[in-house]
Design a protein around this ligand. Structure first.
Ligand code: FAD
Length: 408
């Protein structure tokens, strides 16, 4: 049996940042990761808030050295040619206002190597299969099928879609969001907007909001293109993922133009059932971070931001607890994280029911609101000076009412 201060399940962004944080504070950290890195994972567009968390943990320089494409904003466009461009620099004065578009197999590997250099012990090919909460003993299987045990003072579940502790401890609860799926690939010969806009993420609204398409440019000239829609919409097309991807791209006014010279460089993939939720984000001797908690939806690229922010906060609180200080996990962790998650939830709901399109595509742009939206799209979802933080649904409705009054 291996002893350690903190055992982290999973070496994605939430696990790596927590490992880097705790190792730098002098704790003995074991990160167990079931796969060999680099490994593919979807979710390639970061938000500026990520840079803040990376910087706090001494990892931003390392990521900057990778020379990823700079992402300084987001473009939303529908088939009626309404267009909204949000430049992250036009925000409420947040500390970071650009970020990167990254191939996650490279980015996640760099982060994990960073955590390792700070002193975390990383073992690949080890899959966690059991957890004894009373004794804080984690059981895992190594690549030879042998059982390995870890005794930790604290366990952090950063297993993402693996959702290890929530399955073992029966913490799962259904997501309130409708089941949706994403059909995606990478292409060459994308016709990008000129200059800095070429590094922005572009979101095309397809048809009458039946689907949306993400366009994420990479520095090597390839581009990630994914289509997201409700399961029902996909199922009724009765197509393979590749047929569906081709059909939507060929029948979307914006995508057809932008990808007219495109060739696929990857097979078309499909992921579904990704929205998830948990009853609690912590318990005696353990906490959950990143996608192992609640995952909402890909539309605002919030996943890695929430993974880094929660991994980092959990690590700070674990350190506090291991140093003998009292931690109010409900207030200091779960309630705090949920402030940000709830802002994104309101934006996601308003995106799918069309309310947000009224704001994005309105000809009336009040600077204060535009800056507030830009801050949210940058991942600054805990800034109490932002009108959309707290009671977000109501604030969105108030803004729409104001827009309606001014346009009528
Ligand atoms: C369609 C789609 C598009 C998305 N697009 C974006 C985007 O553009 N931008 C963005 O920020 N986010 C995006 N996301 C979300 C993003 O992918 C996740 O939020 C992010 O990967 C979460 O990081 P994590 O560290 O929590 O988990 P992960 O990155 O999933 O890492 C978890 C790790 O745990 C390991 N693991 C799992 N089970 C075990 C086990 N039993 N034992 C040991 N190890 C285990 C896994 O192998 C994995 O490496 C998207 C998600 C979807 C579904």
């Amino acid at each position: 049996m291996k002893d350690c201060d903190v055992l982290i399940i999973g070496g994605g962004p939430s696990g790596a940042i927590a490992g880097a944080n705790l190792a730098q504070k002098g704790f003995s950290v074991e990160i167990v990761e079931k796969l060999d890195f680099p490994r593919f994972v979807i979710g390639e567009s970061l938000l500026p808030k990520c840079n803040e968390v990376l910087s706090k943990n001494g990892l931003l320089d390392r990521i900057q050295k990778q020379c990823y494409i700079v992402k300084a904003g987001a473009i939303f466009e529908n088939e009626q040619k309404d267009r909204a461009v949000y430049n992250f620099r036009e925000n409420l004065g947040e500390p970071h206002n650009t970020t990167f578009q990254v191939k996650r197999e490279e980015f996640d590997h760099e982060l994990l190597k960073g955590a390792e250099e700070f002193g975390a012990n990383v073992t690949h090919g080890v899959e966690v299969t059991g957890y004894n909460q009373d004794e804080n003993i984690v059981t895992a299987k190594n690549r030879d099928g042998e059982s390995v045990e870890y005794k930790a003072k604290f366990v952090l579940d950063a297993s993402g879609y693996g959702r290890v502790l929530s399955r073992l401890l029966d913490l799962e609860t259904p997501s309130e969001l409708k089941p949706r799926k994403a059909i995606f690939t990478r292409i060459d010969n994308d016709i990008r907007p000129k200059g800095e806009l070429g590094g922005y993420i572009t979101i095309f609204v397809h048809g009458d909001n039946e689907a949306w398409i993400w366009v994420i440019p990479f520095i090597d000239g390839t581009t990630s293109v994914g289509i997201v829609c409700e399961d029902e919409y996909y199922d009724k097309m009765n197509m393979t993922p590749e047929e569906f991807w081709d059909y939507i791209i060929e029948n979307d006014a914006n995508a057809k133009e932008r990808f007219k010279n495109a060739t696929k460089v990857n097979p078309v993939g499909k992921i579904d059932g990704y929205s998830s939720n948990v009853k609690t984000m912590f318990g005696d001797g353990f906490a959950l971070a990143g996608n192992a908690t609640e995952f909402l939806d890909p539309v605002f690229s919030s996943g890695v931001t929430l993974a880094l922010a929660s991994g980092d906060l959990a690590a700070d609180l674990i350190a506090k607890e291991l140093n003998g200080e009292e931690v109010d996990w409900q207030k200091e962790y779960q309630d705090y994280m949920m402030i940000g998650v709830d802002v994104f939830r309101a934006f996601v709901n308003a995106w799918y029911d069309g309310r947000l399109h009224k704001i994005f595509f309105s000809p009336i742009k009040k600077e204060q609101y535009t800056r507030s939206v830009s801050s949210i799209l940058s991942g600054y979802v805990w800034n109490k000076n932002n009108v959309f933080v707290g009671d977000s649904e109501k604030k969105i409705d108030t803004l729409i009412k104001m827009i309606n009054e001014e346009t009528n």
